[in-house]
Write a new protein. Structure first.
Length: 287
């Protein structure tokens, strides 16, 4: 097993402290650790980004900070030129990283959604928002880009109480686009809001790690690392397996009717692993 980790920006010859324990697991298992300059990659400096990755490493996994899909495509090309081949292709990464790539495969176990490509910094008009949300009809919804939401600005830039109030929907969507600035990824997504069960005032949720379609760990979500749940994956597992991606996570939550729902699917290479979880539970299943 060979894994490319993000380098420490202050000490680029060692892994970023956030991933140090994971790198130790790889080395202790006899694997190879290589280092990527994540800042250089985001800045478009591909030569600088991969300069510490040895040539001819063959197939590699990536474990590090999130990378926009376009930059991942650039990275895959730069690595290929050095005889290094990501186990997750550029197209595979995009399909898992951005909601439009995975929603159809999991449509029966995730909230109904609509989306449209969008350019950062371009404010939508009320008519554009009305056209986007029309297929969802009325009722509450949440807005996000293809990857992230502004859930910490819940009322201002995330939650729409009723899609029938197009003026309110427009204000929330426009504010999300404004706040995301240049970090807006892919486009605008509007998802039907579902009510989830609560425990001690927090959503009952879990992050499930899948390697080649098999669930290898159902652990806490990074937002609630001390909240442990045991999700029922009966309806979800066949769909993730059929999706065919080698390494993904699903964030699942218990709806108040007792049904486990997929809130997000993500590429496992850039999904955060809580420090309360033994990294070998996941990394030990990669080869």
């Amino acid at each position: 097993m060979t894994v490319v980790f993000c380098a420490d920006p202050l000490a680029p010859t060692r892994p970023d402290p956030h991933f140090a324990a994971q790198a130790r697991v790889v080395r202790d298992a006899g694997g190879v650790v290589a280092l990527l300059d994540h800042d250089a990659l985001l800045a478009g400096d591909l030569t600088g980004a991969v300069r510490r990755i040895p040539r001819d490493l063959g197939d590699v996994w990536y474990r590090g900070w999130m990378v926009p899909a376009g930059r991942y495509t650039d990275l895959a090309g730069a690595l290929a030129g050095r005889g290094v081949h990501p186990r997750v292709s550029a197209s595979g990464y995009r399909s898992a990283h951005e909601l439009p790539g995975w929603h159809a495969a999991l449509a029966s176990v995730t909230p109904d959604s609509v989306w449209t490509p969008w350019q950062p910094g371009q404010p939508p008009t009320a008519d554009q928002v009305a056209e986007l949300v029309a297929p969802l009809g009325s009722g509450p919804a949440v807005v996000k880009d293809y990857v992230k939401s502004r859930k910490h600005e819940w009322a201002e830039a995330c939650y729409i109480p009723d899609l029938a109030d197009v003026g309110h929907a427009h204000r929330v969507v426009a504010r999300m686009v404004e706040l995301q600035e240049d970090s807006l990824q892919g486009g605008v997504v509007v998802r039907r809001f579902e009510h989830f069960a609560q425990r001690a005032g927090r959503t009952v949720e879990a992050r499930v790690w899948w390697v080649r379609g098999e669930p290898v760990l159902a652990g806490p979500h990074p937002d609630t690392p001390d909240l442990v749940s045991e999700p029922d994956l009966t309806a979800i597992a066949p769909l993730v397996a059929a999706f065919g991606h080698p390494f993904v996570t699903t964030d699942v939550a218990l709806r108040d009717d007792g049904t486990w729902r997929v809130v997000e699917l993500g590429d496992g290479q850039v999904s955060d692993l809580p420090t309360t979880v033994d990294p070998s539970a996941v990394l030990g299943r990669l080869d």
